[in-house]
Write a protein that binds this ligand. Sequence first.
Ligand code: NIG
Ligand code: FE
Length: 412
Amino acid sequence: MSGGLLITHIAGLVQVRPVAPGIVAGADMAHLPVINHAWILVKDGRIHSFGSMDTCPDSTGHECIDASGRWVMPTFVDSHTHLVFPTPRSEEFVMKIRGATYAEIAANGGGILNSARKLQGMSEDDLLEVTLPRIKALIASGTGAFEIKSGYGLTVADELKMLRVARRLARHVPVTIRTTLLGAHAIPTGMSKDHYVRLVIEEMIPAAAAEGLADYVDVFCEEGFFSPADTEAIIMAGRRHGLGARIHANQLHHSGGVQVGVKTGAISVDHLEQMGDEEIACLREGNTMPVVLPGAAFFLNLPFPPARRMIESGLPVAIASDYNPGSSPAGTIPMMISLACIRMRLTPEEAINATTINTAHTLGLTQTHGTITVGKEANLLITRKVASLAELPYAYDTPWADTVLLRGVTHN
Ligand code: NIG
Ligand code: FE
């Protein structure tokens, strides 16, 4: 039998699920199964076996890591990013400090349109080159699977260019990447909204689907951007081409995004800064995952989504980074977990469930990611030395990861 990688003396093996659940919801989110003083054996890139140290196999023939004082958990799944973008928008940061709102900057040709102008002038190779260091840094922080959206192209050719870059990334780093066509991110200058929606439906979606470039469609359902009716039409067009749906919903207003997401069976509705009882009740009627993006609420000084209230009403909650140059220029999931704990009063256990099992579900990765389960990919985060799991989100600017293993191989 060929040797494997044996990690021993683990302070706590976290998120151990002999049978991985599809999602965790409500009160179950507080439960995070841990084996204290544990070992785990990785073979052929997969989780082979694990247990407590009193059952540790003989290390002969295996490569060994002594993880004394460290915790081992599945890498995070980030289900909402805009990782492919041209450059940071720090000029808008200063405008925001001086009082301009996200909507005001956008209405003056800044924001998404600013990024689109820059991106349209870049080649696919240049775009790949600026994106690679971003994804590598995020992997080193503990993320092992990503969703990446288009949405800074706003023409058929430029949206496809972004999606090709997102697909190509997976040939450079050993992570799973799911891609989303977010053509309906902003209305390009000089075009009516209805004309652009038709372009998305009649040209962008068919072209992206024909090249196999997208797994999902997304729409920025928001006042001044796209209406619930536009959103529904785009989601249904995506469905006709075999694409799932996720929605930017209820970020700045009670936009109806949640309701259209549930009505159309979208896999997730993301943001949710503006949520009332009606939206929470609506989510309880459907199977759409609420995804909160604490990095965006923090950066834009918006109210944080009522994640605590959602969990207490029995809903599942997922947490993602929304990494992008306009509303969340930070993408490490440990930072998002700290914000969730500090600003939304989630416990570390709830926040870890929200960034592993629940995000994996929204990307169709339940069989391979999100838990310590025999047969899943050995995507493992070995933490730095800490006395408790809670010490990780508590020390909110200290990186969690000592080592990240992707498919059984050390990344950093
Ligand atoms: O998720 N709100 C819409 N889209 C992004 C921001 C994109 C940008 O400003 O570049 C978000 O916050
Ligand atoms: Fe976003």
